[in-house]
Structure formats: structure tokens, C-alpha cells
Design a protein around this ligand. Sequence first.
Ligand code: HEC
Length: 116
Amino acid sequence: MIRTALALAAALSLGAGLAHAADGAKIFQLQCKTCHQAKSTPMGPSLAGVAGRKIAGLTDFTYSAGLKAKAGTWTDANLDAFLAGPAKFAAGTKMPASVAAAADRTAVVAYLKTLK
Ligand code: HEC
């Protein structure tokens, strides 16, 4: 019992960053996966390796003119802003989904960084 509790406490403190990404994974399954698969589909671009990638940078997906017009790369701040309000970030974007809670966005961004 005690050993289990100690092991759990150790795992929790070590894995704080991972737990975060795990929360993000759950949100992703529920709110993103219908459109974002491992490979790009007509529903949405692949998000594998999206962190650090050029915004609207894949050649196997037809992005909106609005997102294509954005310069720069998917930094944490850009991902957070896009998920907070896609159309505010890039007028005319085809991405309809937003994540209202800041903590949920942080978790989803942590998860996106694990997608290679
Ligand atoms: C209804 C379908 C749909 C859902 C649900 C959806 N997306 Fe998207 N997403 C898109 C489309 C379509 C685009 C391309 C947008 C454009 O071209 O303007 C996109 C683009 C993106 C991009 C930019 C990719 C790139 O290559 O530049 C990110 C990041 C992203 N989505 C994250 C998410 C996350 C995280 C979620 C869940 C919270 C989510 N999306 C839910 C359809 C969706």
C-alpha cells in the first residue's frame, strides 16, 4: 500500500509534463481527431510535426487563403492564439474548432509537440 502510494507520488512529480500532454491527448481524441488524422485528409492537414512547422506549410493539403497568408511558424504562442480563436488569428480559416480554456489549450499544445 505505502509502497504503491510512494511510487505513485514519485511518478506524478516526475511526470508532470507528461501528464499535461496526456490531458491534451484526451482533448485531441474528443475535439480534433475527426478532422486531423496521421496523414492529411480533405477534412484537415496532418498535425504530425506541426510544432515549429511553417504555418500552412504542407503540400498535401489545400489550405485557405487566410491561413496561407500568415507568415511564420507554429510556435507555442501562435498555436495558443490559433486555438483560442482560429478566425481571429487568420481571417477566413477553414478550421472551425476552438479550445476555450487556457489550461486546455496549453495541454493540447503540449500534446501536439509529441506528434512527430
Ligand atoms: C471540423 C474539422 C476540424 C476540427 C474538429 C479541428 N480542425 Fe484543425 N484544421 C482543420 C482545417 C480544415 C485546417 C486548415 C485550415 C485552413 O486551411 O485555414 C486546420 C488546421 C489546423 C492547424 C494548422 C495546421 C497547419 O499545417 O498549418 C492546427 C495546428 C490545427 N488545425 C489544430 C487543431 C486542433 C488542436 C484541434 C482540436 C482542438 C483541431 N484542429 C480541430 C479542421 C479541423
